[in-house]
Write a protein that binds this ligand. Structure first.
Ligand SMILES: *[C@@H]1O[C@H](CO)[C@@H](O)[C@H](O)[C@H]1NC(C)=O
Ligand SMILES: *[C@@H]1O[C@H](CO)[C@@H](O)[C@H](O)[C@H]1NC(C)=O
Ligand SMILES: *[C@@H]1O[C@H](CO)[C@@H](O)[C@H](O)[C@H]1NC(C)=O
Ligand SMILES: *[C@@H]1O[C@H](CO)[C@@H](O)[C@H](O)[C@H]1NC(C)=O
Ligand SMILES: *[C@@H]1O[C@H](CO)[C@@H](O)[C@H](O)[C@H]1NC(C)=O
Ligand SMILES: *[C@@H]1O[C@H](CO)[C@@H](O)[C@H](O)[C@H]1NC(C)=O
Ligand SMILES: *[C@@H]1O[C@H](CO)[C@@H](O)[C@H](O)[C@H]1NC(C)=O
Ligand SMILES: *[C@@H]1O[C@H](CO)[C@@H](O)[C@H](O)[C@H]1NC(C)=O
Ligand SMILES: *[C@@H]1O[C@H](CO)[C@@H](O)[C@H](O)[C@H]1NC(C)=O
Ligand SMILES: *[C@@H]1O[C@H](CO)[C@@H](O)[C@H](O)[C@H]1NC(C)=O
Ligand SMILES: *[C@@H]1O[C@H](CO)[C@@H](O)[C@H](O)[C@H]1NC(C)=O
Length: 570
C-alpha cells in the first residue's frame, strides 16, 4: 500500500543523519527535474524497504493514483525521489523499478562506508504519466546479499510528487498508452537477460498512428566491462583468464518480426564498485544512479503493426564477432509509447523503403609485438533508413522517414607485460525521425571513454587507474518528452590495493556538467572531490537553488572497502 507522505518522515531521516556524524552524502551529477516548482504539488510515498538479503524478494506494492493533486492523468509533471541510507561494507547493487510491467528507472547503489552514506536522486518521471494515471503494481528489485564481510543493507524510500496542471502550468503532453516489451513478470523486476534474444508478442491498437520505443540495456557479469573485452581472435595472446572475449563492440537492436527497426550504441556506465571504488565516492560515475536509455522511432512499422495481430518484438545485444555472440549477460527491456487516432478505425499503409542491414559493418585489427605488447582496434558503423506512408481511420495521411547513422571505435592496449591496460573508445551517432517533414525524434550523441589502468605487478592486487569519460547528447525522445542538451565530462584518478588486512586506496573525481532544455530551463555544475572530500563546487542555471538543490558532501573516513570488480573478473 502507498500511504500519504507524513511530514515526520523527512524529519526522521534528518534525525537519523544527525545521530551518526560522519555520514557521507553520495550523489551523481545531474540536472534536477525540470518541473514547475510554483505548481500545486503533492507527494505520496510509493514504497519503503530495507534491502538486506533480498535476492528473489523484491518490494512489491499496489499503487493508486492520488486524487487530490489535480485531475488524475492531467498533471503538469511527475518526479520521483529515491532516498537511501546504508552503512557497513557492501557491493554496488542494481535496482530495477518496474511499474505496470514497464521498466521506468534503472539505478545502482553507491557502496556504503562504515559510518554510513545517504543519497537522494530526483528523477523526472513525466514520460510515464499514462502509467501513473491508473492503479497498478509497483516493483523494486534490488538484489542484495548479506554474508561475512558484507553487512551493508540499503534502507530505501521512494516517493512520487505530482504537479497539478493549471492555466499557468498546462498538463504534460502524453502518449495514449504505454506497452511493455518486458518479461511481464509480476513477482520481480521485468528486465530480460540476453543472450539469447528476448522476444515478446505485442498487439498494438489498430488505430495507432505513432509508436516511440525506449530501450533499457546494461552489461552485467562478464559483460560489465564490455569495452575491455578483447576480440576473440586475440584472447589467446593474453594470459589465460585475463579478460573476456567477444570483443568490445555492443549494439542493442530492436526487431519487429525479425527485421531490425532501430539500434543503440550504448553509453558505458561504470558502477561504483568498478575498477577503483575510491574514484566513485562521493561523486558516483555518471549514469550510475540513473542509467541512460535510448529512443528509436517504430512508427515506420505502424502499417504492419496495426493489423490487429500479435507481432514479434525482440531486443538483443550483438558484437563485432563473426557470429555476433556476446558473453552472459545484458539486462534489457523496452517500452512502446503509442499515439492513437481519434477514430477507432484501423490505420493502413505501407513501408515504402527499408535500407537496413541486420548487423553493423565492423573491422577488427591487431598488432602483437615480440615483447607480448598487444593492441587491438575494433570499429563499427551503421546506417539505417526506413520510410513508410499510412492513413489513419480519420483520414489523416502520414509520411515517416527514420534514419540512424552511428560510428564506433575501440582501441585496447596491453603493454609492459600486460600490466598496462588502456582503452580508448568512442561512440557517436545521429538519429532523426520526421513525420510529414516535422522532426519528432532526434538524438545526436558522443560518448568518448578513455581508461588507463596500470597494475603494480602480476598479482593484479594493486593498481592505478585514470578515467576520462563524457556524455554529450542533444536528444528529443518523442514529440511529448522534453528535448534536452547535456554535456558532461568526468575525469578521475585512483589507486587501489586489495589486501587481506583491508582494501584501501584513494581517488579524485572532477565533473563538468551542463544541461538545457526546450522549455528554456538551464543547469550547470562544476564539482570535484578528493578522497571523499568535496574540493570545489559551483552550481548555476534556472534549475539550481529552489527545492531541488542537492545536499553537498561531508568529509569522512573511508571505512572498509568491498573488493572491486575488474575487467576479466580478475
Ligand atoms: C526526498 O525524500 C527524502 C525522504 O525520503 C526527504 O528527506 C527529502 O527531503 C526529499 N527531497 C526532496 C527534494 O524532496
Ligand atoms: C546503520 O547503522 C545503525 C547503527 O548500527 C543502525 O541502527 C542502522 O539500522 C543502520 N542503517 C542501515 C541502513 O543499515
Ligand atoms: C501479470 O499480471 C497481468 C495482469 O494480471 C497478467 O496479464 C500477466 O499475464 C501476468 N504476468 C505473468 C508473467 O504471469
Ligand atoms: C507469438 O504468437 C504466435 C501465435 O500467434 C506463437 O506461435 C509464437 O510462439 C508467439 N511468440 C512468442 C515470442 O511468444
Ligand atoms: C522473434 O524474432 C526473433 C528475432 O528474429 C527470433 O529469434 C524468434 O525466433 C522470433 N520468435 C518467434 C516466435 O517467431
Ligand atoms: C561463436 O563463435 C565462437 C568461436 O569464435 C564459438 O566459440 C561460439 O560457440 C560461437 N557462439 C555461438 C552462439 O555460436
Ligand atoms: C499501399 O500499397 C498498396 C499496393 O501497392 C496501394 O494500393 C495502397 O494505396 C498503398 N497505401 C498507402 C496508404 O500508401
Ligand atoms: C605486488 O605489489 C604489492 C604492493 O606493492 C606487494 O604487496 C606484493 O607483494 C607484490 N606481489 C608480487 C607477487 O610481487
Ligand atoms: C592515457 O595515456 C595516454 C598515453 O600516455 C595519454 O595520452 C592519455 O591522456 C591517458 N588518458 C587518461 C584518461 O589518463
Ligand atoms: C594515492 O595512493 C598512492 C599509492 O599509495 C600514492 O602514491 C599517491 O600519492 C596517493 N595519492 C594521493 C592524492 O593521495
Ligand atoms: C579530507 O578531509 C579530511 C578532514 O577534513 C582531511 O583530514 C583530509 O586531509 C582531506 N583529504 C583531502 C585529500 O583533501
Amino acid at each position: 500500500m502507498w500511504t500519504r507522505l507524513v511530514q515526520s518522515l523527512g524529519a526522521g531521516l534528518l534525525a537519523a543523519r544527525a545521530s551518526y556524524a560522519a555520514v557521507l552524502v553520495d550523489f551523481q551529477v545531474a540536472q534536477p527535474p525540470p518541473l514547475p516548482s510554483s505548481a500545486q504539488q503533492c507527494t505520496v510515498q510509493i514504497l519503503e524497504r530495507t534491502f538486506g538479503n533480498s535476492y528473489g524478494d523484491p518490494e512489491i506494492v499496489q499503487y493508486t493514483p492520488p486524487t487530490d493533486c489535480g485531475e488524475v492523468g492531467s498533471w503538469a509533471g511527475i518526479s520521483l525521489n529515491f532516498t537511501v541510507t546504508s552503512n557497513g561494507t557492501q557491493y554496488d547493487r542494481l535496482g530495477i523499478f518496474t511499474f505496470q510491467n514497464v521498466e521506468i528507472w534503472r539505478t545502482s547503489t553507491p557502496e556504503p562506508t562504515t559510518d554510513g552514506i545517504i543519497w537522494t536522486y530526483l528523477k523526472d518521471a513525466t514520460r510515464y504519466l499514462p502509467l501513473f494515471s491508473e492503479p497498478g503494481t509497483f516493483i523494486l528489485e534490488l538484489d542484495n546479499i548479506l554474508e561475512t564481510g558484507l553487512n551493508g543493507q540499503y534502507a530505501s524510500t521512494l516517493t512520487a510528487t505530482f504537479y497539478a496542471s493549471s492555466d499557468e502550468h498546462p498538463a504534460a503532453p502524453r502518449a495514449n498508452t504505454i506497452i511493455p516489451v518486458t518479461t511481464l513478470a509480476n513477482n520481480t523486476g521485468d528486465d530480460a537477460s540476453v543472450p539469447p534474444v528476448f522476444s515478446l508478442n505485442v498487439t498494438i491498437p489498430q488505430n495507432a498512428v505513432a509508436v516511440y520505443a525506449e530501450l533499457y540495456a546494461s552489461g552485467n557479469s562478464a559483460e560489465e566491462f564490455w569495452y575491455y573485452n578483447v576480440a576473440s581472435e586475440y584472447l589467446g595472446d593474453l594470459p589465460s583468464g585475463f579478460t573476456y572475449g567477444y570483443g568490445p563492440f555492443r549494439e542493442v537492436r530492436m526487431l519487429v518480426d525479425g527485421q531490425v527497426a532501430g539500434v543503440a550504441f550504448p553509453y558505458a556506465v561504470i558502477f561504483t564498485g568498478g575498477i577503483s571504488p575510491t574514484a566513485w565516492r562521493p561523486i558516483t560515475s555518471y549514469g550510475a544512479l540513473d542509467l541512460p536509455t535510448y529512443f528509436i522511432d517504430l512508427t515506420p512499422f505502424v502499417p504492419v503493426l496495426t493489423d490487429g495481430q500479435p507481432h514479434n518484438i525482440s531486443i538483443d545485444v550483438v558484437s563485432a564477432e563473426t557470429n555476433h555472440t556476446i558473453n552472459d549477460n545484458w539486462y534489457v527491456s523496452g517500452n512502446l509509447q503509442v499515439v492513437t487516432d481519434s477514430s477507432s478505425s484501423p490505420t493502413t499503409g505501407n513501408i515504402t523503403a527499408y535500407n537496413v542491414e541486420p548487423y553493423a559493418e565492423t573491422t577488427t585489427t591487431g598488432t602483437l609485438d615480440d615483447n607480448g605488447d598487444l593492441t587491438v582496434t575494433v570499429t563499427a558503423k551503421r546506417s539505417i533508413q526506413i520510410q513508410s506512408d499510412f492513413t489513419s481511420g480519420s483520414g489523416e495521411h502520414t509520411s515517416v522517414t527514420w534514419t540512424q547513422n552511428l560510428d564506433y571505435s575501440n582501441t585496447q592496449s596491453y603493454l609492459n607485460g600486460y600490466l598496462v591496460n588502456n582503452v580508448a573508445q568512442t561512440a557517436t551517432g545521429s538519429f532523426l525521425s520526421t513525420h510529414n517533414g516535422v522532426s519528432v525524434l532526434s538524438d545526436d550523441f558522443s560518448y568518448p571513454l578513455y581508461i588507463n589502468m596500470t597494475y603494480l605487478n602480476d598479482s593484479y592486487e594493486s593498481w592505478t587507474a585514470e578515467f576520462d569519460h563524457s556524455y554529450n547528447r542533444v536528444s528529443l525522445p518523442s514529440p511529448f518528452i522534453l528535448g534536452s542538451t547535456i554535456n558532461e565530462r568526468q575525469t578521475a584518478t585512483s589507486s587501489f590495493v586489495v589486501s587481506a588486512s583491508g582494501n584501501y586506496g584513494n581517488g579524485t573525481n572532477d565533473d563538468t556538467f551542463s544541461y538545457s532544455d526546450d522549455d528554456g530551463n538551464t543547469y550547470w555544475r562544476n564539482v570535484g572531490a578528493a578522497d571523499n572530500n568535496i574540493t570545489y563546487d559551483s552550481v548555476g542555471g534556472s534549475l539550481s537553488g529552489g527545492p531541488f538543490s542537492l545536499p553537498f558532501s561531508a568529509p569522512m573516513s573511508q571505512g572498509v572497502l568491498a573488493k572491486p570488480r575488474l575487467p576479466g573478473g580478475k
